[in-house]
Design a protein. Structure first.
Length: 215
C-alpha cells in the first residue's frame, strides 16, 4: 500500500526532528564552521543589504548568523524541523532572532507570501528523490524568486554520497541541474567543494549560482 501525501510529510518531519533532537549542530555530517562558498557567491551577486534573502532547509546552519553580521537586513529561513529553528533562535538570542522571518514547513508543500531577491539552499534539494517533489520545489522557486533574482544551490556532486542521514540523495553536475530547472534560469558560476565532515570523512559538493531570467 502506498503512503498518502500527509503520511510522507509527517515521516519527513519526524526524521529531521529526531536528527536535531539527538545530535548537536556540529556533529551532523553537513556541518560547516563557516559557509564560505555560499557567502562568496552571495557577495558576487552584488545584492544590497536590503535585499530579501531566503535560506531553504536552513537546519541549524550559521549562514543566517553570518549574513546578519555582514549587515543584511531582510532575512528569512525555512526548515521542516521546528527544533532546528529553535537551535538557531537560541544561538542568536532574542534581539537578533526578532530580525529574522521564520518559516516551518516542507518546501515542496509550503507557500510564501512574498518574493525574494536571493534563494539559498545548501543540501536540501538533493534529498528530493522523486520527480514530483523536485517539480514542486522548482515551481515554488519560480513563483517566489523575483525576475533577475539569484538562486544559490549546493548539492552532492556526481561522484559524491548517494545517501546522507540514512536517506537517499541525488547527485548533480551543471548539465543535470540545468535540465531540472528548465530554461527559466541561466547558470552564472559553479564551484566544487570537498567538504570535510566532523568525522574526518569527505563529501563532494557542487555549488551552482543561477540567475532567474526576466521573461
Amino acid at each position: 500500500m502506498s503512503k498518502k501525501p500527509g503520511q510522507v510529510v509527517n515521516q519527513k518531519n519526524n526524521h529531521w526532528q529526531q536528527v536535531y533532537l539527538e545530535k548537536s549542530p556540529s556533529s551532523v555530517s553537513w556541518y560547516q564552521n563557516s559557509p564560505d562558498h555560499s557567502l562568496t557567491l552571495v557577495t558576487k551577486t552584488g545584492i544590497s543589504q536590503k535585499a530579501a534573502i531566503l535560506d531553504i532547509g536552513c537546519g541549524a546552519s550559521v549562514f543566517v548568523d553570518k549574513l546578519l553580521a555582514e549587515g543584511f537586513k531582510d532575512l528569512s529561513v525555512l526548515d521542516i524541523s521546528a527544533h532546528a529553528l529553535d537551535l538557531i533562535k537560541a544561538r542568536l538570542g532574542p534581539s537578533d532572532s526578532a530580525k529574522i522571518e521564520w518559516h516551518e514547513g516542507d518546501i515542496t508543500k509550503y507557500s510564501f507570501r512574498r518574493r525574494y531577491h536571493l534563494w539559498h539552499d545548501r543540501a536540501t534539494f538533493h534529498f528530493l528523490t522523486t520527480s514530483e517533489d523536485r517539480s514542486a520545489y522548482i515551481s515554488n522557486l519560480k513563483q517566489s524568486l523575483l525576475p533577475g533574482g539569484h538562486f544559490i544551490l549546493a548539492t552532492f556532486a556526481v561522484g559524491g554520497p548517494k545517501k546522507c542521514s540514512g536517506l537517499a540523495t541525488v547527485q548533480y553536475d551543471a548539465v543535470r541541474i540545468s535540465k531540472e530547472l528548465g530554461d527559466g534560469f541561466y547558470l552564472q558560476e559553479t564551484i566544487q567543494e570537498l567538504h570535510k565532515t566532523p568525522f574526518d570523512t569527505t563529501q563532494l559538493f557542487s555549488y551552482f549560482w543561477f540567475i532567474k531570467k526576466h521573461h
